[in-house]
Design a protein around this ligand. Structure first.
Ligand code: NDP
Length: 446
């Protein structure tokens, strides 16, 4: 009889947890996974996937509008939030089913309930069953940060935004990061009057300054009200409307307030009293380079470790971990040069160092272009395409690439490959352009 019930017990069936389960099972290990909510985690159920569907839904008004410039004469289009919600939920259900099927066909034992740490080699389920495992993996992800002001409970979070009963007329979004900017774009596209309140000088702190400036200009041009240096102090509910008081001694009335002020590691009710794990100040589970916690048999991957909170990163964390635990090779996840996108309109694609970060350590040369695309010339689209390369003077190596414009997310995925291979500016110079495209600009910058 085996010493433990399972070789690996995973808490959390999101992108990272499910990948780890399948990979370990493929290597012949006995694996179990527990999920208290739905399979697929934030990405599939209330993050990337439904968000991207909303991005698509909100893109049509622009297409209809711009079609006019190309001779299309369309009747007034209308949007049904209900119909869209049904389609979106249908797709999410389908994907969740696929996740479930993948686990079952991989012979992973699935527990559809909450699991807590019980001791260093066992967990306890909601129904009080205790299960032992050689290794325990925490892959519980993250959750929205709550707005800690009076009336903060009247706001919704990115978890709730997909389940709005109807499309509001007015929406205030608090925050200036990925989620705030993406939903500002989405609801603006769907015809909602959007106000974005950001506590700093300019949205998207941490991104390259040219991205920040160009996105701000574009969002404002589309009719989004952006109030910088602005933070909420009190929220009241008044006659089916919400009243939001801000630091500038004024207040705004709105239908819905979306709080997008960041996410935090999901560690509530995880049984942390039963096991000693080192945590960071914000609750992130501290791990070493091989994703091992301060308790030898317990590992953690993905957003709960608050390293780089992106779905593809959690998936790669899982791959590295399974190689370490059950493969022939100890592997640490590679978090360097991770390309990422913000699905605003226009999109952002970015990889590597910002100009500011690069200047701290290198002498750099900046190559930059700002232009109107051919496609937008005969429409009323005022968005500019911005492309920027941060190049090391000494080595000619490209340290950072930053793009604002339609298709930026697709472009940056491809550029990420070149960056990983150590692309130099001279390599771009020697690459022939594909004409007429937006991406050709990246190989013709001088
Ligand atoms: P971010 O950390 O990106 O942004 C949080 C924003 O809220 C910042 O602008 C921050 O301001 C502001 N803020 C923080 N606390 C307060 C407060 N108390 N009052 C007012 N404003 C506040 O978090 P998000 O929630 O946007 O996204 C979470 C993570 O999810 C991201 O880091 C990203 O990794 C991931 N994500 C990725 C996406 C993608 O890949 N496309 C899409 C969505 C999310 P300040 O700048 O001053 O700190």
């Amino acid at each position: 009889m085996a010493e433990y019930d399972f070789d690996l017990f995973i808490i959390g069936a999101g992108s990272g947890g499910v990948r780890a389960a399948r990979l370990a099972s493929k290597l012949g290990k006995k694996v179990a996974i527990a999920e208290e909510y739905r399979f697929g985690g934030t990405c599939v159920i209330r993050g990337c996937v439904p968000k991207k569907l909303m991005v698509f839904a909100s893109s049509y008004p622009k297409i209809f509008k711009e079609g006019k410039g190309y001779g299309w004469d369309q009747k007034k289009a209308s949007f049904s939030w209900n119909k869209f919600s049904k389609s979106m939920n249908f797709e999410i259900d389908r994907l969740e089913e696929i996740y479930n099927d993948l686990l079952i066909s991989s012979h992973v034992k699935v527990f559809r309930q909450k699991a807590k740490l019980y001791n260093s080699n066992s967990v306890i389920l909601d129904d009080k069953t205790k299960i032992t495992a050689k290794y325990i993996l925490i892959a519980t992800g993250g959750e929205p940060q709550k707005l800690e002001i009076e009336g903060g409970n009247l706001t919704i979070s990115s978890n709730d935004v997909f389940n709005l009963p109807s499309l509001p007329k007015k929406m205030i979004i608090i925050g200036g990061g990925y989620i705030a900017c993406e939903f500002a774009s989405i609801f603006n596209g769907l015809g909602v009057e959007v106000t974005l309140l950001y506590r700093g000088d300019r949205i998207l702190r941490g991104f390259d300054d040219d991205i920040r400036e160009n996105i701000e200009v574009s969002l404002i041009q589309k009719g989004i009200n952006i109030s910088n240096n602005c933070f909420p102090t009190l929220i009241r509910s008044n006659n089916k409307k919400l009243e939001l008081f801000i630091n500038k001694n004024s207040h705004l009335k709105t239908d819905v307030i979306l709080s997008a002020i960041g996410r935090k590691p999901k560690i509530t009710n995880l049984g942390l009293d039963n096991v000693s794990l080192d945590l960071a100040k914000n609750g992130a589970i501290k791990v070493n380079e091989f994703q091992q916690t301060s308790t030898k048999s317990i590992y953690a991957i993905g957003d709960v470790t608050d390293r780089l909170n992106l779905t593809p990163v959690a998936i790669r964390d899982a791959k590295a971990l399974i190689s370490t635990l059950f493969g022939n090779k100890k592997q640490s996840p590679d978090h360097k040069l991770v390309p990422t996108a913000i699905f605003t309109k226009p999109e952002v694609g970015t990889v590597g160092l910002t100009e500011k970060e690069a200047r701290n350590n290198f002498e750099v040369k900046i190559y930059k272009t700002l232009f109107s695309s051919l496609g937008s010339r005969i429409t009323n689209n005022k968005d500019k395409i911005m492309m920027k390369l941060v190049v090391c003077n000494k080595t000619d190596k490209i340290l950072g690439c930053h793009i604002v414009g339609d298709g930026a997310s697709e472009m940056i995925q491809m550029f990420g490959i070149s960056m990983k291979m150590g692309v130099k500016k001279k390599d771009l110079d020697s690459t022939c352009a594909v004409h007429p495209t937006l991406s050709e600009e990246i190989v013709t910058l001088s």
